[in-house]
Design a protein around this ligand. Structure first.
Ligand SMILES: C[S@@+](CC[C@H](N)C(=O)[O-])C[C@H]1O[C@@H](n2cnc3c(N)ncnc32)[C@H](O)[C@@H]1O
Length: 264
């Protein structure tokens, strides 16, 4: 396919789109027309966790490609989700290929679904490039397998934060699975642990919080559902942090491998 389009890493290629299968012709996804949005998962922190497909798309960006930081930080509402959706669609309709790089996996609490819907509504083609989600990677980097024979045969990923401060899902899944992984937990650790205790999880159950997983700043704390909120407050744990509740959390004492850093 001819290569007349700018690449924009928010956005996409001026480079040839490859022949039969995607930009390099190596993959299994059919080539996309100009003006495509790629929703790419970047993983939780270490650039080495970006997928080959994600790296391939980014490598198509020519020097001088437009780069727009639309990252959201807690309490930072400078660019709304609607504004991001609009930007993606606008650039695609200008004929650009747009790489929307997102933390973790685009479809795991990443609002990638909303961005894909915005594309659909505007008639803009899109591709989803799944990423390594913090839901699995953050526990793994802290030495916690979310499942383990004899300890955990099921896990659930839940958001600790819901608009309006309520989280009906938490009560519903609290005791339904062996391991609970809670994202967006940093600001609500105490409320979450109390809600889980109220829902019937035992107070002495191991609980671990890991902050900045897969980065040089990674640190993790191991306690129990009863003790972790105070431990985390004392250590000043803030976002981004992931909470793991269940027997598997105690494995971190033996399996902490990253930077040789077992949990505090
Ligand atoms: C809005 S959610 C996005 C999740 C993302 N789509 C994914 O699949 O990982 C952001 C939450 O992911 C978790 N998170 C992301 N990166 C993390 C990291 N490096 N260490 C620990 N938790 C992380 C935190 O719970 C954070 O509040």
């Amino acid at each position: 396919m001819a290569a007349t389009h700018e690449f924009d890493p928010m956005g996409g290629p001026a480079a040839p789109m490859g022949s039969a299968h995607g930009p390099s012709g190596r993959g299994t996804v059919p080539p996309k027309p100009p003006g495509t949005v790629y929703l790419v998962g970047a993983g939780p922190g270490d650039p080495g966790l970006l997928t080959l497909r994600g790296a391939e798309l980014l490598s198509l960006a020519p020097a001088g490609a437009e780069v727009i930081d639309v990252g959201k930080r807690p309490g930072d509402a400078t660019r709304s989700q609607e504004a991001v959706n609009k930007l993606l669609v606008e650039r695609a309709l200008q004929g650009k290929l747009v790489v929307r790089l997102k933390g973790g996996d685009p479809f795991v609490f990443g609002r990638g679904g909303e961005e894909a819907l915005a594309c659909t509504e505007a008639g803009v083609p899109f591709e989803v490039v799944p990423g390594v989600s913090a839901a699995i990677a953050a526990p793994a980097y802290a030495g916690v397998p979310v499942t383990q024979r004899d300890l955990a045969a099921s896990f659930a990923v839940v958001t600790a934060s819901r608009a309006g401060g309520t989280n009906p899902d938490l009560g519903r899944v609290a005791t339904a699975v062996d391991t609970l992984v809670l994202l967006m937990a940093a600001g609500r650790l105490r409320q979450v642990c109390e809600a889980l205790l109220a829902a019937g999880r035992p107070g002495d159950e191991p609980a671990l919080v890991v902050q900045w997983a897969a980065t040089p700043r990674q640190r993790s704390l191991l306690g129990t559902l009863s003790t972790l909120p105070d431990l985390a407050a004392d250590e000043g744990i803030g976002p981004p942090a992931t909470l793991v509740v269940g027997q598997v959390a105690s494995l971190a004492k033996h399996l902490g491998w990253f930077n040789n850093s077992p949990p505090i």
